[in-house]
Design a binder for this molecule. Structure first.
Ligand SMILES: Nc1ncnc2c1ncn2[C@@H]1O[C@H](COP(=O)(O)OP(=O)(O)OP(=O)(O)O)[C@@H](O)[C@H]1O
Length: 317
């Protein structure tokens, strides 16, 4: 198993109290697996990705653990995590295209980045150029400033840099959302290629775009209000979802699976609960057409089969 996350709890400290952005998240990722992480805005997708890389100043690791290739990740210990970043776990962050330092040429920036990881630019240059070619970029981009590149080119540069040290786990956070449909497709296909070529072992692709992740993910996990409510092979999530929330997400996207969607999710009636004080029991029940008395209790985790798990009282109805 490449990654095992057990009962992970990560909160944000605010003046009003703790926002429980991850509230008992458990899942595992096999070697070579691409998992898509889907769910409405604010459900905790980005927080989950960041928790496996770097907690920001307001995030607090409250409980649970993540084990990567048999080694527990020192979540919450920024210095210890620093030794793992890029080499073992890497992220293509949200808005990464604009995160490239505008005052540095790409080549110089890469050299600095590698030096900080104790790696030699000269030793890795041939591999870097090879990978740039793979994503359709010439060596010349190393002499460019980020401003001289298009959005799609910058995104491809970031993808190459974040995987250059062959991390075991890559987190790709909304990597396609700022791109046009053609570039979205190219970026999604590149992620799969990087996995197939062994540049990364496994991948978590965070997105609100189910139709996109359906094209590339082996497995889809659906999050709701800080928890994972369903996990299954991508095909199963689309054709036979069991959680009423997943059904609503799929229903909101009639084109899922047919096209790379450029449509945003149509909204599901109602709002997710606030994570400062989430309700007990099933967190979806206030919006759920199937809600019944038992849903006031914590839902059971039901194994539909060995690759399909759902947290719902009504999973088998
Ligand atoms: N710095 C912060 N301080 C307090 N609460 C935060 C902070 N960042 C995020 N949150 C809260 O944590 C929860 C999870 O947010 P997160 O960004 O992980 O969700 P998301 O699913 O990635 O959303 P999006 O798709 O909009 O990026 C939300 O309730 C959000 O309001």
């Amino acid at each position: 198993m490449a990654l095992e996350v057990e009962d992970l709890k990560v909160h944000y400290r605010t003046t009003k109290g703790d926002v429980r952005a991850l509230d008992g998240v458990s899942f595992s990722l096999a070697d070579g697996e691409i998992v898509g992480l889907a769910g409405e805005s604010g459900c905790g997708k980005t927080t989950l990705g960041k928790s496996l890389i770097r907690l920001d100043g307001r995030m607090r690791h409250v409980g649970g653990r993540a084990v990567l290739d048999g080694d527990e990740l020192p979540i919450g210990d920024d210095r210890a995590m620093n030794a793992r970043r890029w080499k073992e776990v890497s992220i293509i962050p949200q808005y990464s295209m604009s995160a490239l330092n505008p005052t540095r040429r790409i080549g110089k920036m890469t050299a600095e980045l590698l030096r900080a990881r104790g790696k030699s630019y000269r030793a890795l240059k041939d591999e870097l150029v090879h990978r740039l070619h793979l994503v359709g970029l010439s060596e010349d981009v190393l002499g460019n400033y980020p401003i001289e590149l298009s959005g799609g080119m910058k995104q491809r540069v970031v993808m190459v840099l974040s995987t250059l040290l062959d991390p075991s786990l890559l987190i790709a956070d909304e990597v396609t959302s700022a791109l046009d449909v053609t570039n979205q497709k190219a970026v999604a296909e590149t992620l799969v290629r990087f996995r197939d070529m062994g540049f990364v072992k496994s991948m978590i692709v965070v997105t609100h775009d189910l139709s996109l992740v359906y094209q590339i993910a082996d497995t889809i996990m659906v999050m709701y209000a800080g928890q994972i409510v369903e996990k299954a092979p991508a095909e199963t999530i689309v054709t036979s979802p069991r959680h009423p929330y997943t059904k609503a997400l799929i229903g909101a996207l009639p084109e899922v699976g047919l096209e790379y969607g450029d449509e945003k999710l149509k909204s599901i009636p109602g709002k997710p609960p606030h994570l400062l004080d989430p309700p007990t029991g099933c967190r979806f029940r206030a919006r759920c057409p199937l809600a019944a008395d038992e849903c006031a209790q914590e839902p059971p985790k039901v194994a539909i089969d060995d690759r399909h798990e759902v947290a719902c009282w009504k999973a088998e109805d």
